[in-house]
Ligand binder design. Structure first.
Ligand code: C5P
Length: 279
């Protein structure tokens, strides 16, 4: 058996530059990995199957792990024959890239286990065919991601930058296609701060907050509340939500804010205190 960690990401920033002829949006994102990760276990087997410890996660072809195996097999020309078990820790429909990360990890694992020696460029091509955010996870260093997200350029100057981070996610999730689809028609809520926030020279803002906050105003409230808390350097939504995050001065600040959020908002909030761009 081989075990691989599959990390979550945050979009430190997500700017939309326009709509493309292929229906996607041209984006300009800053993506960084987190120390929050799923685990994938691979066993050689007679056929490929997927098992997951979370009943909410589909294990058929709608799961990006299976889509990754199918894409890999197209290039391999043979069956991968893996029994895969997935231990889920990254919340789903959160904007934390759980499914995309699992797909990238599956490509990396298959390449290693089956000894195919596909190059990073070949793996990136397979990754982009499965989903826009997947190439980032093949080498998840802090990167600027453009195009529809698949054009990844590591930010060398920030290779060693790291920060304490707090994630807060309500129980509901947000559909990414819906959020992008609603972007053009969405209005800003009055009294909510959408402006660029700057942390250590990184310019942070998320254009998808506009449609998502209009449908789920509790997320806008959560952002404004986070911005008022001691030790918060920046607070915004990750990807298409529903996860909100705050970069904090210290891990202690993050923990205190997590405890207060559960007390003041909702004891069922998912809360995670960890590190962004861990070394
Ligand atoms: O590429 P992926 O399958 O992850 O994208 C999911 C959906 O999100 C797309 O079908 C599209 O509706 C939307 N999307 C977009 N522009 C992007 C990325 C995703 O409109 N850059």
């Amino acid at each position: 058996m081989s075990t691989y960690l599959s990390p979550a990401k945050v979009n430190l920033s997500l700017r939309i530059r326009g709509k493309r002829a292929d229906g996607y949006h041209e984006v300009d994102m800053l993506m960084a990995k987190l120390d929050l990760a799923d685990e994938l276990h691979f066993h050689n087997s007679r056929t490929t199957t997927l098992l997951c410890d979370d009943d909410h996660v589909p294990t058929d072809e709608s799961n990006l792990v299976i889509r990754a195996i199918l894409e890999f097999e197209k290039h391999y020309g043979r069956k991968a024959k893996q029994r895969i078990t997935l231990t889920k820790r990254i919340p789903w429909a959160a904007g934390l890239g759980g499914g995309s990360s699992n797909a990238a990890t599956t490509l990396l694992a298959a390449n290693e286990i089956l000894g195919t020696q596909y190059t990073p460029d070949e793996l990136a091509e397979m990754a982009a065919a499965i989903g826009s955010d997947i190439p980032f996870f093949l080498n998840p260093v802090l990167s600027r991601c453009q195009g529809r997200g698949e054009r990844v350029r590591p930010l060398e100057a920030y290779a060693e930058w790291t920060s304490p981070i707090l994630l807060l996610k309500p129980q509901f999730g947000v559909s990414t296609p819906w959020a992008y689809g609603a972007y053009e028609v969405a209005r800003r809520l009055r009294g909510v701060m959408y402006d660029v926030q700057t942390v250590n020279g990184l310019r942070l803002s998320n254009d998808l907050e506009q449609p998502v906050f209009a449908k789920f105003p509790v997320l806008a409230l959560l952002k404004m509340w986070l911005l008022e808390q001691a030790g918060v350097q920046a607070a915004l939504m990750s990807g298409s939500g529903s996860c909100m995050f705050a970069l904090t001065e210290s891990a202690e600040h993050a923990q205190r804010i997590a405890d207060d959020a559960k007390q003041q908002f909702d004891p069922t909030l998912f809360a995670y205190c960890g590190t962004v761009n861990p070394q």
